[in-house]
Ligand binder design. Structure first.
Ligand code: A2P
Length: 268
């Protein structure tokens, strides 16, 4: 379970635990509260949420009730994808902190380059405005690191051209069968850490024949193999589950994956 505590250093000197706990699609209330409470009990210290998930309040309550020192935790949230103006970003950040009951965030991300109900819309100017707001919050010490999510190379280049400030992190969908090589290369070349959301392909890739066979060879589960694939890709996986046994399972990935098998997975 070493990946729960081992950390990677971001470009600005902040440290992030190598394996996080995703909370997308866990409803606010008992579900999110219990899931995060159990994840913290298992030993996860890196928790990922978002304003748009609607569960910040329960996530925050579970964090508070865990009594774990705030400095020991790494908490991420995201600015909702439809907010593309400066004042709106500052306002929603305050709301997120209040929902979570926290004084600061470890990481705050622009959730997407466009509103989720208008995928592909040109929001470059809006992204630059909210990026400026986030840089200001970062400079004030209210956020330890800032970044983006679902951004490609051009989306990132635009906000950097307007601010001269490189995101510390890009959180993208990354899993076996969905590699996003161009984005990954651009991020690595520019010292942007990549977080992998849906590392299990939201559960859909776990029955893949090649994955099932290879997992058996390593005496691990398909989920463990898929999480290891993300780690070997130098991304930070954020698997989601509401099941405590699976939380434990997903953290037990201390096995060696051969270069050849990594390549085989990459080719799926
Ligand atoms: P559940 O929450 O019922 O455990 P992703 O992280 O890629 O978004 O995938 C999340 C999905 O995968 C959820 O449906 C979750 O279901 C399921 N899941 C998470 N961990 C495991 C596991 N170890 N084995 C099987 N399914 C899992």
């Amino acid at each position: 379970m070493k990946y729960l505590k081992e950390k990677v250093e971001l470009a600005n000197g902040t440290f992030m635990p190598k394996l996080g706990f995703g909370t997308w699609q866990i409803p606010n209330g008992d579900s999110a509260y219990n899931a995060v409470k159990e994840a913290l009990e298992v030993g996860y210290i890196h928790i990922d949420t978002a304003y748009a998930y609607g569960n910040e309040e329960s996530v925050g309550r579970a964090i508070k009730d865990s009594k774990i020192n705030r400095e020991k935790l790494f908490v991420t949230s995201k600015l909702a994808s439809h907010v593309k103006d400066y004042d709106g970003a500052l306002m929603q950040f305050r709301e997120t902190l209040a929902n979570l009951g926290l004084e600061y965030l470890d990481l705050y991300l622009i959730h997407a380059p466009w509103p989720w109900n208008e995928i592909g819309k040109d929001c470059r100017e809006g992204n630059a405005l909210v990026w400026k707001a986030m840089i200001e919050l970062y400079n004030e010490g209210k956020i330890k690191a800032i970044g983006v999510s679902n951004f490609n190379k051009e989306d990132i280049q635009y906000i950097v051209s307007k601010t001269n400030f490189m995101p510390h992190v890009n959180q993208i969908q990354y899993h076996v069968g969905h590699n996003q090589d161009d984005t990954l290369k651009y991020c690595f070349d520019n010292d942007i850490l990549v977080q992998a959301y849906s590392p299990l392909g939201t559960g859909r890739i776990l029955n893949n024949e090649i994955i099932v066979e290879m997992a058996a060879k390593y005496k691990v589960t398909p989920a463990q193999l898929c999480i290891k694939y993300c780690l070997e890709s130098k991304t930070i996986p954020l698997p989601k589950t509401v099941n405590k046994n699976r939380m434990i399972e997903n953290s037990q990935v201390d096995f060696e994956l051969s270069k050849a098998d990594f390549k085989n997975l990459k080719n799926i």
